[in-house]
Design a protein around this ligand. Structure first.
Ligand code: FAD
Length: 540
């Protein structure tokens, strides 16, 4: 399946249609779901520079594609977040006389011809967009190149999502990395070797001449209405999401500032406004400076909560890394395990890594395990267990707290994500693809590469060099991730009055009294079953 990764084919297609087009009447920047910002946006900056050079206006197009959202299991929360961000972007662009034209286009197959016909109608010969690395999206863009070539339209797809784009970092044998540690070492030395290149801030777009508002071809674009919802993607908790995850780059920057410069709260991450000050911990250092010790504690509020913003590109990863240089007054990026900020930047490198893996080994995003030898692992088919996991009724408090956090917040702390994913795949022995899909359907930060990477890591089918016998004991994980028990008590009301070790593994009598379920499986037995099945894929 990986024979001819579509990223290479797109780059080739771009070279083939890189002819100088005749000067058009406008330049189009096609904004996508992963680059929802105006500042530090490379394709937008390049489109604006071209418009200025040619003395013609810049137009911005956004195509809402419900069929793609279904195909990618996008959550209503993520779609709603997209729409909330679009509303802010439209207003900001309008202030500088740039129209944002948002259309809903149903048949995903002909989005390329739709985009090309839009350019034709706007008499544009230049199209700019940031690269998306999922297989379907790459194929779509290859088609845009092919159609564009016939029409005298020159598309330009630019790397922007990651700090270092896929293809740059290869092993000594010229192969893409399949293990994180050597990838990360080369990532850091390559980055520090050319900070100006990898962290340079893209310039903001120049205003259009105000006359564009009266222009017969372009004026209508300013008045296109933004939908507030998309059929089939009703976000039932829209107001709550808007409080917990406010849209826009200003909110994202505030979230970054909160992480870098303010002290962590002593409580877990809940449903309150993250930007309101809560009870702060007694530690005088900011979240970023205690990240190393605090990041695995789900009962504290130490991580950045930037994942929805990074996934949707509301803030650039470059800006986040540049901010660490400012915080430390450093000239080189720190990304080693020695310091808290270094550990955090390593997480940004994980984000790069999983997208590199997806671009180099597209099979992972097509439902195939990274390690093909595990394709035949025998999974259970137990709908009742799957439902209990989804609803947070497994009888394992840390797993239930995690799943209920996902269901109410549209987000989960990283450590519970790992514990819940490991529990589904190793204790319940249910297919990792079910969990991967459920997370995408719930999360506001759903990112195909990171979600797939996280799931395959947990299921031991992925890039983790550790063998399959890495099986978390959910009870000891619970004691480490939630030492106070506050996280469990916050999301599992049945256990709200339970303190001490019982909160991690309530005795049967107590659980019955509180109406809390008994565990679905015995961990020791389940562990043995998982070891057996992984050792002999194909055997029950
Ligand atoms: P911080 O700890 O503050 O980290 C900063 C940023 O680094 C994050 O916002 C994120 O962009 C990146 N990052 C952190 N950890 C990882 C990681 N392990 N892999 C890739 N990038 C990382 N992250 C997503 O953004 N979207 C997903 O859909 C997603 N699905 C996951 C599924 C599973 C099963 C697992 C185990 C992890 C998944 N992650 C996903 C990674 C991680 O859990 C979240 O990025 C993190 O919890 C977000 O919280 P934060 O912004 O406070 O992170």
């Amino acid at each position: 399946v990986d024979g001819d990764p579509p990223l290479g084919r797109l780059i080739q297609a771009l070279e083939e249609c890189n002819v100088l087009p005749v000067k058009g009447h406008s330049v189009v920047y096609w904004m996508r779901m992963e680059d929802m910002r105006i500042c530090d946006n490379r394709a937008l900056a390049a489109a604006s520079a071209m418009a200025i050079k040619e003395g013609i206006p810049l137009l911005v197009l956004f195509v809402l594609s419900p069929q793609d959202y279904v195909a990618h299991d996008r959550s209503p929360r993520r779609i709603d977040f997209t729409l909330r961000n679009l509303a802010l972007i439209k207003a900001s662009l309008s202030d500088i006389d740039i129209p944002l034209h948002v259309v809903t286009h149903k048949p995903r197959r002909d989005i390329p011809s739709f985009v090309i016909s839009f350019l034709r109608s706007m008499k544009a010969t230049r199209l700019f967009a940031n690269m998306e690395y999922e297989v379907d999206e790459l194929r779509r863009d290859i088609q845009v190149c092919e159609l564009g070539k016939d029409e005298g339209i020159s598309p330009m797809f630019i790397h922007d999502k990651l700090i270092i784009e896929p293809g740059v970092l290869t092993s000594k044998q010229g192969k893409p990395y399949a293990v994180y540690s050597p990838f990360q070492r080369l990532w850091l030395s390559t980055l520090n070797g050319d900070l100006d290149k990898y962290l340079a801030e893209a310039s903001s777009p120049e205003p259009n001449p105000a006359s564009v508002r009266q222009h017969p071809t372009f004026s209508g674009l300013f008045s296109t209405e933004l939908p507030t919802a998309i059929d089939g993607f009703d976000c039932a908790d829209r107001d709550q999401m808007a409080t917990v995850w406010p849209a826009g780059t200003i909110a994202a920057r505030e979230m970054l500032r909160r992480f870098l410069y303010t002290k962590s709260r002593s409580s877990h991450v809940g449903l309150s406004d993250p930007l309101e000050d809560g009870a702060v911990s007694s530690d005088k250092r900011s979240r970023a400076l205690v990240y190393k010790e605090g990041r695995d504690k789900a009962d504290r509020d130490t991580t950045s909560r930037l994942s929805p913003y990074l996934s949707a590109g509301v803030i650039s990863a470059r800006e986040c890394v540049r901010a660490t240089l400012i915080l430390l007054g450093a000239k080189k990026v720190q990304a080693t395990r020695d310091t808290s900020v270094g550990v955090w930047v390593q997480e940004i490198a994980w984000r790069d890594f999983y997208t590199h893996v997806m671009a180099a080994f597209p099979r992972v995003s097509m439902g195939r395990p990274f390690q093909e030898k595990y394709a035949d692992v025998q999974w259970e088919t137990n709908q009742a267990h799957f439902d209990a996991w989804k609803e947070g009724r497994t009888g394992v408090p840390i797993v239930d707290a995690a799943m209920r956090q996902a269901n109410t917040m549209g987000w989960m702390h990283n450590r519970p994500r790992m514990i819940a994913a490991m529990y589904l795949t190793k204790d319940l022995m249910l297919d990792w693809r079910l969990g991967e899909r459920y997370f995408m359907e719930q999360f506001i930060d759903g990112d195909l590469g990171s979600n797939n990477g996280g799931w395959q890591w947990s299921a031991s089918t992925g890039t983790d060099p550790q063998p399959y016998f890495r099986i978390f004991n959910p009870y000891s994980q619970s004691e480490k991730a939630d030492p106070t028990g506050d996280y469990i008590r916050a999301f599992v009301p049945e256990l709200r009055e339970v303190f001490g070790p019982d909160v991690h593994n309530p005795p049967a009598k107590l659980a019955d009294k509180l109406g809390y379920p008994r565990p679905l499986v015995d961990h020791k037995e389940a562990r043995e079953r998982a070891l057996r099945r992984y050792k002999n894929p194909g055997v029950q």
